[in-house]
Ligand binder design. Structure first.
Ligand code: HDE
Length: 709
């Protein structure tokens, strides 16, 4: 499979752009060999630096210009290379080669990101995650630029700058970084009720993923698939992670941000380096054009999802990420995604958010990457050859030959020539349009409450508790009473119990009604002064697929397990557990009172992965304490081990011990909670593996919440 045409071509392209520095002399950019790069040219050893020093000038000049503007949104990202393979052709729906040719291995480059924070901000911010996939297909590049949530905050591109200005740090003091918990965001959200659906997803565990590898991805907008006959179907794109959808708790997220703000980036990198390649399946919800108006909401409204119970997701292929980038800047930073990049067989709809995106991305790349030639940067280069009459501009790296750069021409024999649809030429779907030109929002977009309410109703109790905690935290950080009060009223329209729990945490009352400022939208058309009551209906009692309680719990692959050990630990316990966990592809790390090495009771030396001073419980999924009296006594003498275990218990993780290991647990909150199903004392490794695969024991939540660590 490795030598499939497109896969090889992209690797060749990237390979040709790489520079290997091994055994090479240091040169200037003009190719001159350099004999001193440590000292500038001076008038005497202690004299002034000379302007003549072109070596100094070149080095400093380059340095001065190393940074480019970060992305205005999605600035912090991490990416990887991989491929996509199709299981079965779906030619009845789409003529795209990627959806019809099962013999292809299409190269992909995927960039995950947070939205609001700057490039250097924490991975664990409560936020939406970007999930952008570049497919280098044989018919041209297709970019599916999606998120880890199936809906978006706004319905019309016109509101995007308002949304982003409200969530970014406040303009007077640039506070807070990578956080939505502040007044301007809630001022906007509470006045723009179309945001509520995406917002409640962010308040849920989806806003703080355990790993990029454990997130779903969504194209969000309704797109079109076009088959060979020119027939169209609506489609929604879904990515389903092989490892299931899992998250951390908010308390963990806060602590991880301090302990390792690169937590997600490191996780992706290390999994790929270890050969544990992340995988997602691509699923489609396909809707015949004739059914366009059969839903209780508008298919063109990007704040709505189609419940999977209503239209099932058809799995058609898988994506595997199997190679880390060679250079962060050249690849992850310079990659330019364009939602306008489609191929024959895939087309747009009139979703007014999607339509705006078609303009924005190319525009932003011009100022970010500095030239309209950004498609020539290796990571952005299609695997197909490109020939057109676009010319010149900054950083033209190709040398177009010939006398003509226009069409039609006879001087170049009419080349580059046009392709008919049969020859693969792209033709826009001929949608019939008969309408007045008008600046408004369709009435069919005006229900802003039914789907947030459906989402909340569909969550498990532990998920609901997390949502209550998130709203309470976020609003608790706002300073303006009227903003919090307006939010409480709005949350009450979603769910009254949710609102009362949040109100109690804020020490406030839910108001009976709220003032509606002029020209603000509360529950209706966003363009006019509106005093309509909130619209809400129950068209589905619950959509179980929306809950993370329904995800996969069948693997512990890549889970990080801390073994708490000191000199004298019981080698038999250790070895049996380590082998059992590693057989399931979990990652075992030795956490000891000090760095370097430790010696077990069989006198063997073991390398320590982290001294207790340099690591934290929140960086692990589970922990194990092997026996050995000497080891346990040493662990008992360092208070941080007790804290480490108490925290793991608070975060509902699986904890196992063997033999004297129990003495260490007796020094922690677990002493009174040994009947917990994820506390495994002297049990078979299999039981520990089962408990880890459950991700967390949420039944412990009520006890856990009372633990002060
Ligand atoms: Fe984006 N968005 N966006 N967005 N977006 C950008 O493009 C924009 C929207 C998404 O890893 C920018 O190259 C507008 C929806 C991702 O490089 C910018 C609107 C969805 C990424 C931009 C939206 C997304 C971006 C900033 C409303 C999910 C990161 C840098 C019409 C379906 C891609 C850049 C990467 C990036 C504009 C709405 C996802 C400014 C105007 C909806 C994953 O062009």
């Amino acid at each position: 499979m490795e030598d499939k045409k497109t896969a090889t071509e992209k690797s060749r392209q990237l390979e040709n752009s790489k520079i290997d520095y091994k055994d090479k002399p240091l040169t200037t950019r003009q190719g001159l060999k350099v004999n001193d790069t440590n000292n500038s040219l001076k008038a005497g050893a202690r004299g002034a630096t000379l302007l003549e020093d072109f070596l100094l000038r070149e080095k400093i000049h380059n340095f001065d210009h190393e940074r480019i503007p970060e992305r205005i949104v999605h600035a912090r990202g991490s990416a990887a290379h991989g491929y996509f393979e199709l299981y079965d052709s779906i030619e009845e729906y789409s003529k795209a080669g990627i959806f019809t040719d099962t013999s292809r291995k299409t190269p992909v480059f995927v960039r995950f990101s947070t939205v609001a924070g700057s490039k250097g901000s924490t991975d664990l911010a409560r936020d939406v995650r970007g999930f952008a996939v570049k497919f280098y297909t044989e018919e041209g590049t297709w970019d599916l630029v999606g998120n880890n949530m199936p809906v978006f905050f706004i319905q019309d591109a016109m509101k995007f700058p308002d949304l982003i200005h409200s969530v970014k740090p406040e303009p007077n003091n640039e506070i807070p970084q990578a956080a939505s918990a502040h007044d301007t965001f809630y001022d906007f959200v509470s006045l723009t009720t179309e945001t509520l659906h995406n917002h409640i997803w962010v308040m849920s565990d989806r806003g703080i993923p355990r790993s990029f590898r454990m997130m779903e991805g969504f194209g969000i907008h309704t797109f079109r698939l076009i088959n060979k006959k020119g027939e169209a179907h609506f489609v929604k794109f879904h990515w389903k992670p092989k490892l299931g959808v899992h998250s951390v708790t908010w308390d963990e997220a806060l602590k991880i941000s301090g302990a390792d703000s690169d937590f997600h980036r490191r996780d992706l990198w290390e999994a790929i380096e270890a050969g544990q390649f992340p995988e997602w399946e691509l699923g489609l919800q396909i809707i015949p054009e004739a059914d366009e108006h059969k839903f209780d909401f508008d298919l063109l409204d990007p704040t709505k999802l189609i419940p999977e119970e209503t239209v099932p997701v058809k799995i058609i292929g898988k994506m595997v990420l199997n190679r880390n980038p060679d250079n962060f800047f050249a690849e992850t930073e310079q990659v330019a995604f364009l939602p306008g990049n489609v191929v024959p067989g895939i087309d747009f709809t009139n979703d007014p958010l999607l339509q705006g995106r078609l303009f924005s991305y190319r525009d932003t790349q011009l100022s970010r990457l500095g030239s309209h030639n950004f498609h020539q940067i290796p990571i952005n280069k299609p695997v197909t050859e490109t020939y057109n009459n676009q010319r010149d501009g900054h950083m033209q790296t190709e040398i177009p030959k010939g006398q003509t750069a226009y069409f039609p021409n006879s001087l170049s024999g009419g080349c580059p020539y046009l392709s008919s649809v049969e020859e693969g030429g792209f033709e826009a779907y001929q949608e019939r349009i008969d309408a007045n030109k008008i600046r408004t929002r369709s009435e069919s977009f005006s229900d802003h409450f039914s789907q947030p309410a459906l989402f909340y109703r569909s969550l498990a109790q532990w998920e609901k508790n997390h949502v209550i905690g998130a709203y309470s935290f976020e609003l608790g950080k706002c300073n303006h009473e009227h903003i919090k009060s307006r939010m409480l009223w709005i949350i009450a329209q979603i769910d009254e119990d949710l609102a009362s729990s949040v109100a109690e945490n804020l020490g406030m009352k839910i108001p009976d009604d709220i003032e509606r400022p002029i020209n603000q939208a509360i529950g209706a058309n966003a363009n006019i002064e509106d005093h309509q009551p909130v619209k809400k209906k129950v068209y589905l009692e619950e959509s179980p697929e929306l809950s993370q309680a329904k995800t996969k719990f069948d693997s512990i692959a890549t889970r990080q397990i801390a073994f708490l050990v000191a000199d004298g630990f019981n080698m038999k316990d250790f070895d049996a557990m380590k082998k059992a966990l590693e057989k399931e592809n979990a990652v075992v790390k030795l956490v000891a009172p000090h760095g370097g090495t430790i010696i077990c009771d069989e006198n063997m030396e073991h390398k320590v992965d982290a001294s207790i001073m340099t690591t934290e419980s929140v960086l692990f999924d589970a922990l194990y304490v092997p026996g050995g009296k000497k080891s346990i006594d040493a662990l008992l003498s360092k208070a941080k081990f007790t804290k480490f275990i108490n925290e793991a218990f608070k975060h509902c993780k699986a904890i196992a011990t063997s033999n004297e290991g129990e003495d260490l647990l007796n020094n922690t909150v677990i002493a009174n909670n040994k009947s917990d199903k994820a506390i495994l004392i002297n049990k078979n490794p299999k039981d520990f593996i089962n408990a880890i695969s459950q991700h967390r024991n949420w039944e412990r939540m009520e006890v856990a919440e009372k633990i002060a660590v």
